[in-house]
Design a protein around this ligand. Structure first.
Ligand SMILES: [Mg+2]
Length: 366
């Protein structure tokens, strides 16, 4: 089989409302789509959601780089996934989200060629995932209102974005904790917003608030600081921005810096590297979470296949599309409340509605 063409799409999805985290605010999901065509008539789809404050790439830089990457792939056999991905990585060591869109499209194609759903192609079983829902930074009353709504909708876990000042963040948590049942765990994510003393001040005051863990309390490069917080507080620590690839995972394991890893295909450069990160974590007896940026249900479905394929991925945060004002995806994962069902058709099993795509700017290479 040979790759005959690649089409790149500017894939913009409006949000219901702007999303604020400690690193900044986004007002739309400015994503990219990759479609790979072959001489066998099979087509692969991949999506990237470049969250520039975390991955350092934008839709524009990603699409520019993607044109060169597409040129590298024309004429190659897409079933030789590793060969294709090594060629991409050598050319483009940065831009993990852009690389992940190509990785996803190649896995979609190969699983289709094998006539298997992607989770099965990866060696897994179809299992139901249960996602949390995220509350973004706002005033405490508004965040408490969101928490109450999520619990009323049947949410089993609530993820709370923090990372401002210790007092403001504690006020937010106190108000949220007042309005939800004690049994509903709270997951924290400071997105690097605290320094070590601030993180220690917040995390040491959460004794009876049923906090499941804290994601990325401090700067991603401060691995010794993560280790210190892990030793000095009772809240389990999860790396997110500190772990992009398997080399990062090895360092975090070696330095005993964290309790969990948050894997996102948009950070790892796709499924191929994500499997390696999980393998490192699993060997170190460390569970992983599957997470997301602002993907539509296409990339969320690919993330769900990957998570279903590895039992060590025990926590799930695949809620990005809850914030989208439009869902242009046909097929894909189905949400029943917070339960996610993965499609049992070959490949990822999701495509973007051609009517929506007709209005997206695109470029064809090949
Ligand atoms: Mg995070």
């Amino acid at each position: 089989m040979k790759i005959t063409g690649v089409t790149l799409y500017q894939y913009n999805i409006p949000l219901k409302a702007p999303i604020a985290i400690s690193l900044g605010t986004i007002d739309a999901a400015r994503n990219m789509l990759v479609r790979i065509d072959t001489d066998a008539g099979l087509t692969g789809w991949g999506e990237g959601s470049p969250f520039w404050m975390i991955v350092g790439e934008t839709q524009a830089s990603g699409l520019a780089a993607a044109q060169d990457v597409a040129g590298l792939l024309i004429g190659r056999d897409p079933l030789a996934i590793e060969h294709c991905l090594q060629a991409i990585l050598r050319y483009l060591p940065g831009h993990p989200t852009t690389r992940s869109a190509f990785d996803m499209a190649l896995y979609d194609l190969t699983a289709k060629a094998a006539n298997m759903p992607l989770y099965q192609f990866l060696g897994g079983a179809n299992r139901t995932l249960v996602t949390d829902e995220t509350i973004y930074i706002n005033d405490p009353e508004r965040m408490a209102e969101d928490a109450r709504r999520i619990e009323a909708n049947g949410g089993e876990a609530i993820k709370v974005k923090l990372g401002t000042t210790a007092q403001d963040d504690l006020d937010r948590l106190a108000m949220i904790r007042q309005v939800i049942r004690y049994e509903t765990p709270i997951r924290l994510d400071a997105n690097q917003g605290w320094d070590v003393p601030t993180a220690r001040a917040v995390l040491s005051k959460l004794g009876d608030w049923n906090v499941e863990y804290c994601e990325q309390p401090i700067l991603k490069s401060n691995v010794p600081g993560l280790r210190l917080l892990r030793q000095q507080t009772n809240v389990p620590i999860m790396a997110d921005e500190s772990v992009f690839d398997a080399v990062d995972a090895i360092r975090l394991v070696r330095e005993e810096a964290v309790d969990y890893l948050n894997i996102k295909l948009s950070k790892s450069g796709g499924i191929y590297e994500a499997l390696k990160i999980n393998a490192v974590a699993e060997a170190a007896n460390m569970a992983c979470m599957i997470g997301c940026m602002s993907e539509s249900r296409l990339a969320l479905t690919a993330n769900a296949h990957f998570a279903a394929a590895r039992q060590n991925i025990r926590l799930c945060d695949l809620d990005a599309c809850f914030e989208h004002a439009e869902d242009p995806v046909l097929g894909g994962i189905v949400y029943d409340g917070y339960q996610i069902t993965i499609p049992d058709v070959p490949g990822i099993g999701a495509e973007v509605d051609p009517v929506f795509l007709a209005n997206c700017t695109s470029v064809h290479i090949g």
